[in-house]
Design a protein around this ligand. Structure first.
Ligand code: GLP
Length: 241
């Protein structure tokens, strides 16, 4: 694991954006795994800036998002589909047909999960961007006795609903379920970027990166992957020796 600690959020954003852009510049039909949450917003802003400066084109690229809420459609401004359009897709030249998210409105979640996994298998992810939940979740893979390898629907923990409530008008509106790539799908990515910021994540960062590999901290399984680049701001990295 390569761990890089940045003095400022801005530097982290630029570094992560450049990593993703360099993959696309080397391989124009690259497959990018993308994440949501507040952490990637600055990274997407930097990608859009570089796109506007004509430093990269996404015409041939494909993207797979990690997760989506169950029961809210892409027109809902809390959906991850809406978020991706707002922060990235509508500002760059990627054809909409090459951007994939799990469908949280699918009638049958098992079928939707199998469909999503088959698409990822056909187009393996070159580089996957990840954030980190306070309880160690990646995507929406919540701490559990067992983790599911492939895409699956998941009941969100109350702590996760609470953490994400800030984006909703009220706690009642926060969906109870989501559909997420599994840890197995994530670990199949060629390269993984884990981007984390903020003092409130310092303890879980330490646990995930230096603690035991355990399904009760899903991000700790990243320790088993050969190419993980961890990007932290000073606050998130403050407990690492
Ligand atoms: C959500 C997402 C995760 C994300 C996490 C942390 O739960 N499903 O993919 O990593 O939030 O988000 P933030 O960056 O806002 O702390």
């Amino acid at each position: 694991m390569e761990i890089i600690i940045f003095d400022t959020q801005q530097e982290l954003d630029i570094y992560a954006a450049d990593l993703l852009i360099s993959v696309v510049n080397e391989k124009p039909d690259a497959v990018l795994g993308l994440a949501t949450g507040s952490t990637p917003i600055g990274i997407y802003d930097k990608i859009v800036e570089k796109f506007n400066e004509k430093k990269v084109s996404f015409k041939e690229a494909t993207t797979f998002n990690l997760d989506e809420y169950v029961g809210i459609g892409p027109e809902n401004d809390q959906s991850y589909a809406y978020y991706m359009n707002k922060h990235l897709f509508s500002h760059i030249d990627i054809p909409a047909a090459q951007t994939y998210l799990p469908n949280g409105m699918a009638a049958n979640m098992e079928e939707e999960s199998a469909r999503y996994d088959a698409m990822i298998q056909a187009k393996p992810i070159d580089i996957q961007l990840l954030g980190l939940g306070h309880n160690g979740h990646i995507g929406f893979n919540e701490p559990d006795d067992n983790l599911t390898g492939g895409t699956h629907s998941v009941k969100l923990k109350e702590e996760t609903r609470l953490a994400n409530a800030r984006f909703f008008a009220s706690m009642e509106e926060v969906p109870g379920y989501a559909i997420t790539m599994g840890v197995g799908s994530i670990l199949k990515s060629n390269t993984i970027i884990l981007a984390v910021r903020g003092a409130d994540k310092a303890e879980i960062v330490k646990e995930a990166l230096t603690g035991p590999i355990t399904t009760s901290v899903p991000a700790s399984l990243l320790q088993t992957h050969a190419r993980v680049i961890v990007l932290l701001d000073r606050e998130a990295g403050r407990l690492l020796g």
